[in-house]
Ligand binder design. Sequence first.
Ligand SMILES: NC(=O)c1ccc[n+]([C@@H]2O[C@H](COP(=O)([O-])OP(=O)(O)OC[C@H]3O[C@@H](n4cnc5c(N)ncnc54)[C@H](OP(=O)(O)O)[C@@H]3O)[C@@H](O)[C@H]2O)c1
Length: 312
Amino acid sequence: MEKSKVLIVGATGYLGKRLVKASLALGHETYVLNREEIGVDIEKVQMLLGFKEQGAHLVPGSFNDHQSLVKAVKLVDVVICAISGVHIRSHQILLQLKLVDAIKEAGNVKRFLPSEFGTDPARMGHAMEPGRVTFDDKMVVRRAIEEAGIPFTYVSANCFAGYFLGGLCQPGRILPSKDSVFLLGDGNTKAIYVDEDDIAMYTMKSIDDPRTLNKTLYIGPPKNILSQREVVETWEKLIGKELHKSSISEEQFLASLKGQNYAEQVGLTHYYHVCFEGCLTNFKIGNEGVEASQLYPEIQYTTVDHYMRRYL
Ligand SMILES: NC(=O)c1ccc[n+]([C@@H]2O[C@H](COP(=O)([O-])OP(=O)(O)OC[C@H]3O[C@@H](n4cnc5c(N)ncnc54)[C@H](OP(=O)(O)O)[C@@H]3O)[C@@H](O)[C@H]2O)c1
């Protein structure tokens, strides 16, 4: 089967650059949106030139110029967007409505993968303020895609390993301590951790796959479905030492939200749903979804133990 031509939007981001790498590795003709607003951001410009050196095509465009987006999406079969959606960094999820308009007008795109890559927003109608904004905005984009009749795949990638494993599931931390850890509640709620490079690879594998058309692709590698305690135990084995453990109750955690700034509160609410409520593991995938490690068993995914060795 011929491989789709792909446009990656948000390519210089934390996930975006991995999508470019995976797309090139799988032999897709890869186009990358080169936004004029990047200006003199030398790091981004150098990264884009690096993509070009590796075989990607840079396509000029801007979210402020509808026709430039139409022109860019006309070059490809599949559009993948990894625009920012983490408040402590940047949150531009609704800008994608402009991309949806461009895809609708262009009329040639066989599939669009919007910037999701986290908790399935369709399951978060009950989510707490203010963190629910992430899920609400992602649902606004979904509705626009579906109303426009654009074929899609939504990727629910669960926890990015760098945030959650790096910090032993403690909000506000991304490097594991060799001395102590605080557990969220009893630390026994299961979550799912995925190496960001594996997220990119599973995503790219899905784009030409009829089994993922108009479905949610849940990335749930079975060995990586662990509780916080199990993550801590993995780390303890690697460092050959037990950490001192304290615990924060649900009530204390919720009380700690007050007094934090908005962006931090958004992030804390997400940790609440993942680590106290168990929102990533408290359901069974229905007809609307498929699981990535089952569809693509040939991908040797990175286990939690393997991922954490980098912190030694
Ligand atoms: N599950 C998890 O644990 C988890 C963790 C983190 C993120 N995520 C999700 O993953 C997705 C990507 O997040 P990320 O952290 O990789 O994003 P990011 O690195 O913060 O940003 C990605 C890219 O968005 C583009 N962008 C930023 N501001 C923009 C603006 N004003 N106008 C147009 N483009 C703009 C930039 O790309 P260009 O300059 O190249 O255009 C930027 O490099 C989001 O949906 C997020 O919610 C999930």
